[in-house]
Design a protein around this ligand. Structure first.
Ligand code: AMP
Length: 146
């Protein structure tokens, strides 16, 4: 049975760390470090998805501009449009989006509002859980138990 994003959110929660577009890159770096995350959703109101900024964007900007890059606004380096998914999207579909887009974060949106975020770590964990369940079922089948 395919796993859905809703299952991932039920386990990890719906909290998403956001940053407003007018804030500075230095603040984004601070927020990523504080919350121990690799990406922030850019949102002016905490509900809408205006863009996304990840460690990679910061590294590229710093490589191009040096420390002056830290004084730029988040709006200058965020990526937009953002590829999003819903609670009903399957984990396999999210994996496909990440592979096709070469990114590791997919925000979850419902009725136009941000309700969570799925990272590549969440996807890997979910796939491992699924494989474990399948392996146990197979073992019970071949040993005649269960
Ligand atoms: P990541 O692998 O998530 O660190 O992101 C790699 C690049 O893709 C960065 O430029 C991000 O801003 C961008 N990015 C990350 N997630 C998304 C997304 N869901 N939609 C569009 N761009 C994204």
């Amino acid at each position: 049975m395919p796993q859905h994003v809703a299952v991932i959110l039920a386990r990890k929660g719906e909290q998403v760390h956001t940053i407003a577009p007018h804030q500075h890159v230095l603040e984004a770096v601070g927020a990523m470090a504080e919350h121990n995350v690799g990406a922030l959703v850019v949102s002016s109101d905490g509900r809408s998805v205006d863009g996304i900024v990840s460690e990679r964007d910061v590294v590229q900007r710093l490589a191009a501009l040096g420390h002056e890059g830290l004084d730029r606004r988040v709006a200058d380096l965020m990526q937009s449009p953002v590829v999003t998914c819903g609670r009903g999207t399957t984990v396999d579909e999210v994996m496909g989006l990440m592979t096709a887009g070469r990114f590791r974060h997919v925000p979850v949106v419902e009725d136009g509002a941000l309700v969570g975020i799925v990272s590549i770590g969440d996807v890997v964990r979910s796939r491992l859980d699924e494989l474990e369940v399948q392996a146990e079922a197979l073992e019970s089948y071949v040993t005649g138990r269960g």
